[in-house]
Ligand binder design. Structure first.
Ligand SMILES: Nc1ncnc2c1ncn2[C@@H]1O[C@H](COP(=O)(O)OP(=O)(O)OP(=O)(O)O)[C@@H](O)[C@H]1O
Length: 256
């Protein structure tokens, strides 16, 4: 099958070069008069080893797109591929396994377990999958995010930026192909945001993983290779090599 649309190129198929592909993805919520079309037949793809920001006005469908792409939500129609795997065709059990092994997710609110120290938080996804990760592996993940000396600290003993970096280490411990991040810097100050964005950049540049990040912030988006714009549940253009000014201008046009 072939996928067309912004950022994909006419006739480009679901190939090894794409980490994630959405084909005619629609997501309806509610019934009758309360029916909402959060996504209206979105076609897009995210290349392996790329960093994409997804932007758009409030309610344009950004979080829904991320949730469907990450297998956390199911589209009403259309298909989602992680690599060449059609995740729309998987059972819940298969999808859970795929999410554990091939996908990482980072949320705005960190979602760390308050009673566990950083090391235990990072190890948690592997433990839930029935593995017992060695101390060396967990410490290496914490070192990767610059927190090699904070493994024994609980979330309350860490700054917001450090907590988000623990969340990134937790998402990366399974060495996922794709890291999805929904407003990862939304709760952070400028300095901590820069640390987290630098980390996401290095995940792409040094580890060759793929990052897809929803953000409202043109500065955060300027760290990406590409910005994909959504408006009213559909893709409305993209920018390669985004600058803060170009992103702001495009957003103003979409909102205006
Ligand atoms: N569980 C749900 N039930 C009903 N409607 C929903 C649900 N989730 C999202 N929606 C609706 O779908 C549309 C898209 O929502 P979504 O959260 O994807 O937008 P967004 O671009 O991420 O918004 P924001 O920037 O405000 O976070 C909105 O109109 C929203 O109200």
């Amino acid at each position: 099958m072939s996928v067309t649309g912004v950022g994909v190129g006419v006739g480009v198929g679901v190939g090894v070069e794409q980490a994630v592909t959405l084909s005619a993805v629609a997501r309806l919520y509610g019934r009758g008069e309360r029916r909402v079309s959060a996504l209206r037949g979105v076609d897009c793809a995210f290349a392996r080893g790329s960093f994409t920001a997804v932007m758009g006005p409030s309610g344009s469908g950004k979080s829904t797109l991320l949730q469907c792409a990450a297998g956390l939500d199911r589209p009403t129609s259309g298909r989602v591929f992680i690599g060449r795997t059609d995740i729309s065709a998987l059972t819940e059990t298969e999808l859970t396994k795929l999410r554990r092994e091939r996908i990482g997710f980072v949320f705005q609110s960190f979602n760390l377990m308050p009673s566990l120290n950083a090391r235990k938080n990072v190890a948690l996804p592997l433990r839930l999958a029935g593995q017992r990760p060695g101390r060396a592996r967990v410490d290496a993940a914490l070192r990767q995010v610059g927190l090699g000396d904070r493994g024994g600290h609980r979330p309350a003993e860490l700054s917001g930026g450090q907590q988000q970096r623990v969340a990134v280490a937790r998402a990366l411990i399974s060495r996922p192909e794709v890291l999805f991040a929904d407003e990862p810097t939304g709760a952070l100050d400028t300095h901590s945001s820069r640390e987290v964005l630098g980390l996401l950049r290095s995940v792409v540049d040094q580890a060759g993983q793929t990052v897809v990040m929803v953000t409202h912030d043109p500065v955060a988006a300027s760290w990406a290779d590409r910005v994909l714009f959504l408006s009213d549940g559909a893709v409305h253009g993209e920018l390669a090599g985004p600058t803060v000014a170009a992103v702001s201008e495009h957003l103003a046009r979409l909102s205006g």
